[in-house]
Design a protein. Structure first.
Length: 342
């Protein structure tokens, strides 16, 4: 059996309540000398605080759950890893722990709710949840604080943080139009995520406003993985030369990187023969050759801000229902040029 607080108190010559204040860093202030005496007794008796027991008493376990439902253990997801970097930075500053829940997108997300809400964490940051109002209803019914990242809903009782995907996609496609492109394709991501449909909407709006055709065969469905960008590029190259677009808006950078590899293997030069623009500005976007022109979303800042909003809920400093859109930025590098003469 482990060492008790009463035994620690006897070993350090203080009251049990004083030991409790030292372990929990409050609420009563303890002198440095007394704290040192208690901590020395803890070391001598090999005492380890029981986090679960403290959580039951304080109704806080000081752990945030992070849920990502697009996990593929064979493919590192640089979008999520960058958001997670922001979450970890914010939790370290606030002395919070992180519990990571990873699920495959193909699974029934509702079946995992019990695991997410089993008391091991104080609240959840849920990243890129597939569009599923049932999940939100069940989370609210369980009264677990949560923040949605890359998911925007009008519900007044749900906190969300994202970028304006429609506006950002419109800006990306409009840049291609400004460079002289009139035949522009789009490589889409997961059909189950709102961001895919919002970026497609921005693509369509930009073309319509410019009076350019929206050709359904230039809209390539897929998923937000590099391999899908590769295959989408191969399908584009299978079109007759006269029917090929001169530029592609990729719904994320991984699709663009996959497309770059396919074009290179087929001897198609970027940007001389076809232009590419991505979305996210993941770390490899600036190192691949040629460096990728893309729409940057502040992924680290999004992760950090989501953590702040969640902790405000947990600490009852702010009610849920906050909606925040972070700014995007066009980053011009080396994959867009004027269209070739055909």
């Amino acid at each position: 059996m482990g060492v008790t607080i009463r035994e620690l108190a006897e070993a350090s010559g203080v009251a049990p309540s004083t030991v409790s204040y030292v372990i929990n860093n409050g609420p009563r202030r303890i002198s440095a000398r007394t704290r040192a005496r208690v901590e020395e007794a803890m070391r001598r008796l090999n005492y380890t605080p029981n986090a679960l027991a403290r959580g039951l008493v304080q109704k806080r376990i000081h752990t945030i759950g992070v849920v990502f439902t697009h996990y593929d253990h064979l493919v590192p997801n640089l979008y999520f890893m960058t958001v997670l970097q922001g979450i970890l930075g914010a939790t370290m500053e606030r002395n919070q722990n992180v519990l990571l829940f990873t699920d495959n997108l193909e699974c029934d997300v509702t079946k995992n709710l019990m695991r997410w809400c089993d008391g091991r964490c104080d609240g959840l940051v849920i990243v890129a949840l597939p569009h599923n109002p049932t999940v939100i209803d069940e989370l609210l019914a369980r009264e677990v604080p949560f923040v949605l990242v890359n998911y925007m809903t009008d519900r007044k009782d749900v906190t969300c943080i994202d970028v304006d995907n429609v506006s950002a996609a419109h800006r990306a496609v409009n840049y291609l139009i400004e460079m002289g492109h009139k035949k522009i394709a789009i490589f889409c991501g997961h059909d189950s995520t709102d961001s895919t449909h919002e970026r497609l909407t921005g693509y369509r709006q930009a073309l319509m406003e410019a009076g350019l055709p929206i050709c359904e065969k230039w809209i390539f469905p897929g998923k937000y993985f590099e391999e899908f960008g590769y295959h989408q590029a191969e399908r584009l190259l299978a079109l007759p030369q006269a029917e090929r677009p001169t530029a592609v808006f990729c719904s994320n950078d991984e699709l663009a990187i996959g497309a770059l590899k396919a074009f290179a293997e087929h001897g198609v030069k970027v940007p001389e023969e076809i232009s590419l623009i991505g979305f996210d500005d993941i770390i490899t976007a600036s190192t691949i050759q040629p460096p990728l022109t893309t729409m940057r979303q502040p992924l680290v800042e999004i992760g950090a801000r989501a953590t702040e909003l969640l902790l405000e809920q947990i600490e009852h400093k702010r009610a849920p229902g906050i909606k925040e859109l972070m700014p995007t930025e066009l980053v011009i590098r080396g994959t867009v040029a004027e269209p070739p003469c055909r």
